[in-house]
Design a protein around this ligand. Structure first.
Ligand code: GLU
Length: 290
């Protein structure tokens, strides 16, 4: 780091919808190692916009488990549920600018439209692109539905978003190395992705870019499973006039069958390992940390 450059800011951002497992431990420890190496601050952000699945006891457990593991973070803990008005304002702004629109479709509406279309594109998570049913809904029809109490998600209008830029977007990617490369972003791969859920005024994608900017995050350290999502995040940062952090996507831990650990039945929570007598030192050593 150059002596006069600002202090780097990193964040570990788990969702409290379960207990932390060994994959989370790895991500938190990589964050801590990089923060120390580059003289950065490490924040803890609780990503709890999914109010149906997140629970206070899991949130409490995150702090206990990280402290047990020897991870230190800056207080106060940031919680996404404190920022819903910020997310809602950003959504309204994008809708007003014609860069996003309300979508009333439920899953069945979408699958009916694309059922017989072979080779329909899917996003990097395997979700079929939205076929655009609500994209050109008249304002009168939209207002009628909202007035009758129908709930709507908000989707980015990807074609309109792409048309705001002449040159392609990219990001600075370190991976797990000390040297960055420039990666071409491919936001179009996400189609008209949901940026505001039907039940809350944000989606992960929108919340994460607003939070990273608001919290001054300079280096996003997270798992490779979010590598492609960064293309969509870069587009949202561009549309919202937010700075682009550098990204450091780390490898994911896999079980003996090669399945991603977070999805694997073998992923034991840190608390169950601890209850079995495993020490924090042993967990750190297993993950290559001292
Ligand atoms: N909340 C996300 C997760 O638990 C991480 C998001 C991020 O680091 O950008 O997988």
């Amino acid at each position: 780091m150059h002596p006069s450059s600002p202090t780097p800011v990193l964040r570990f951002a788990p969702s409290p919808n379960g207990y932390l497992h060994i994959g989370h431990a790895y991500s938190a420890l990589v964050n801590q190692r990089i923060a120390r190496a580059i003289g950065g601050r490490l924040l803890l952000r609780v990503e709890n916009i999914d109010l149906g699945r997140c629970r206070p006891e899991y949130e409490k457990a995150i702090e206990d488990d990280l402290a047990w593991l020897g991870v230190e973070w800056e207080k106060p803990v940031r919680r996404q549920s404190d920022y819903f008005p910020v997310y809602a304002r950003a959504l309204d702004g994008l809708i007003e600018r014609g860069l996003a629109y309300r979508c009333f479709c439920v899953r069945g509406d979408i699958s009916r439209v694309i059922a017989d279309k072979r080779g329909w594109p899917a996003d990097p998570d395997g979700v079929p692109h939205y076929p655009g049913v609500c994209r050109h809904m008249s304002p009168a029809e939209r207002d009628r539905r909202l007035a009758s109490g129908q709930r709507a998600a908000v989707r980015i209008d990807m074609a309109a978003a792409l048309a705001t830029r002449a040159d392609p977007l990219s990001w600075r990617e370190f991976g797990e190395s000390a040297v960055a490369r420039e990666v071409a972003a491919n936001p179009a791969a996400w189609g008209d992705a949901i940026i505001g859920r039907r039940d809350v005024s944000a989606s992960y994608h929108l919340a994460v870019v607003l939070d990273d900017a608001d919290q001054g995050v300079t280096d996003v350290v997270r798992g490779m499973d979010l590598f492609h999502a960064t293309g969509l995040h870069r587009m949202l940062q561009h549309l919202l006039g937010l700075p682009a952090p550098a990204y450091r996507h780390h490898e994911l831990l896999r079980d003996e069958r090669g399945a991603k650990l977070s999805k694997s039945a073998h992923a034991k929570s840190l608390r169950s390992l601890r209850a079995e007598g495993m020490t924090a030192t042993r967990v750190r050593e297993m993950l290559g940390f001292r």
